[in-house]
Design a protein around this ligand. Sequence first.
Ligand SMILES: *[C@@H]1O[C@H](CO)[C@@H](O)[C@H](O)[C@H]1NC(C)=O
Ligand SMILES: *[C@@H]1O[C@H](CO)[C@@H](O)[C@H](O)[C@H]1NC(C)=O
Length: 414
Amino acid sequence: MMTGDCVVRFVLMLCCALLSANASNWLYLAKLSSVGSIRDEETCERLRGLIQRQVQICKRSVEVMDAVRRGAQLAIEECQFQFRNRRWNCSTLETMPVFGKVVTQGTREAAFVYAISAASVAFAVTRACSSGELEKCGCDHNVHGVSPEGFQWSGCSDNIAYGVAFSQSFVDVRERSKGQSSSRALMNLHNNEAGRKAILSHMRVECKCHGVSGSCEVKTCWRAMPPFRKVGNVIKEKFDGATEVEQRKMGSTKVLVPRNAQFKPHTDEDLVYLEPSPDFCDHDPRTPGMLGTVGRQCNRTSKAIDGCELMCCGRGFQTQEVEVVDRCSCDFAVLLKAGMTECQAILYNMLLAMMVFLGMITGILIGHYSMCRWTLHVCGSGGHGEWTSVPEPERTIEHTTERSPLYAPLNTHQ
Ligand SMILES: *[C@@H]1O[C@H](CO)[C@@H](O)[C@H](O)[C@H]1NC(C)=O
Ligand SMILES: *[C@@H]1O[C@H](CO)[C@@H](O)[C@H](O)[C@H]1NC(C)=O
């Protein structure tokens, strides 16, 4: 009897400990597909990944939740963009937590994920305020009057204060609760705040000129958030320069201080982490999300982390040839356009859709479309050293006009 009770308690405690490491489970909202999917208070109860206090916030602010969902998606997209050339590339799972166990340790990667997600919620909610889709908030009316530079504040200034406050209450809720003064909670809170600062300290002034033929007699301006890509770049830079910290007791409070006393203390805008990262080289079935780098593309000439040496962890790589059907300069439509009148332009517009299709077929037939060949390098699974010139499997990507920067032209053929 007694032991059974103990086991149950132990399991419960273990579950609690595991869950509290996953304060980012709300990111699972990104997996909800349709717009307007969070409509009423009842939906809040059914959302996976929210803790009880987040469900309460959801019920109080149902109209904001769609922006939170978009924020979660934005965070994942930006993480995947910023980490596209790293061994861990932010790939998500269909289960919770979305990044698997990779961000449950207090690593640099976790610091990035927390910062970018706190920022993305502040960003998406602020966007929703400005677009007029929310009743609770709108543009920032504290920005008005004439500026010292002589322009008129006008138009919709982004209400970043509202977005930041919402992010603080929703994203930080688990760590802000009583008794959460673990080093991990402090780390998360610090990084969440640093993420929001990346927006706050890069707010910009956007202006419009009024007056005859574009002269700037009257200038009206508004405060706007930076594009989210800029926010991602800032946080990625902070990731590269993140500080390893440890918890120290200062009087009655606990603070995080650099582990290496020679380093200068981190600022509010820097990211901090507690544990070194794993090398992310190998697939580990016991660690969901740890996919390893087998099959990843790498850059043969780079000495950085995207280079084949580091990306493939010294296991060697495979060289593949890829063929791409591409539009060449003597395009069908360009030929047609020469000497075209305005009247013909209307007809041209109507025919354009057909032309694209016909043009492609004739193009291939008479050589207006060309086959471009690219080589790409892909991490191998080890044991064979370096393989080269393995022409299969040959893949053909039709109609690709954008090229991934990882593809190198074939003149580097060996
Ligand atoms: C990340 O890398 C894995 C292989 O390790 C690959 O399957 C996945 O598609 C990549 N994800 C993204 C988002 O690039
Ligand atoms: C590969 O790395 C080299 C050296 O860093 C760089 O100059 C080049 O642009 C990279 N190639 C691609 C396709 O990204």
